[in-house]
Design a protein around this ligand. Structure first.
Ligand SMILES: Nc1ncnc2c1ncn2[C@@H]1O[C@H](COP(=O)(O)OP(=O)(O)OP(=O)(O)O)[C@@H](O)[C@H]1O
Ligand SMILES: [Mg+2]
Length: 169
């Protein structure tokens, strides 16, 4: 899982520009290191994304939080295949990163509260993951929000502005 996050973040915020080619690939979580939940992790990343100047560690933290939540959500469902899909693309001078899961989804009343500090529905949750993630994203001029996934589950998306001066950072 951590290797996958590192791989995905290396692609989105590369130290060097990614090569052209097909960057869709499926990675199965290792059942030995993750015996309870073994979703299919899939990333769909468009090659040649514009580089943005960003704090890699903070953005990795956001992706990690979203992926951990997604893993927790798919663990709760037996109705569908367990899937976690990470994708990134550019639109209207923004980088859009999307983490979607096939988990139990969000109730209408819960969705209003999930970004509040200390809101959690988990017995051992802190309820800080989304609150911190939103602060990180908004501090850099982006947005983080959640929508229901049409086929079941939840889609979290965040944006980061691509500023012209950053394109060659
Ligand atoms: N992918 C998801 N699917 C369904 N519900 C989610 C998802 N992500 C978050 N939630 C809901 O939002 C709540 C808040 O999430 P958040 O990440 O802020 O805290 P947490 O996961 O409960 O605890 P932690 O601080 O350890 O991350 C969760 O307890 C859960 O109810
Ligand atoms: Mg969390």
């Amino acid at each position: 899982m951590l290797r996958t996050i590192s791989l995905i973040c290396d692609f989105i915020w590369p130290r060097t520009m990614p090569q052209e080619g097909d960057h869709q690939e499926k990675i199965s979580a290792n059942p030995r290191t993750n015996p309870i939940v073994t979703p299919t992790l899939q990333h769909s990343l468009v090659p040649g994304l514009t580089k943005i100047k960003a704090d890699r560690i903070q953005l990795q933290q956001v992706v990690l939080n979203l992926m951990m939540n997604g893993m927790g959500a798919v663990a709760e469902t037996t109705e569908r295949p367990r899937e976690l899909l990470i994708s990134a693309r550019e639109k209207d001078s923004e980088l859009i990163v999307r983490v979607e899961d096939s988990g139990m989804g969000l109730d209408a009343e819960i969705v209003q509260k999930i970004f509040n500090p200390f809101f959690t529905t988990k017995p051992h949750g802190f309820g800080m993951g989304l609150s911190i993630s939103r602060s990180i994203i908004e501090s850099r001029g982006g947005h983080l929000w959640a929508v229901p996934r049409p086929s079941g589950g939840t889609i979290f998306q965040f944006t980061q502005p691509i500023r012209p001066k950053e394109s060659d950072a």
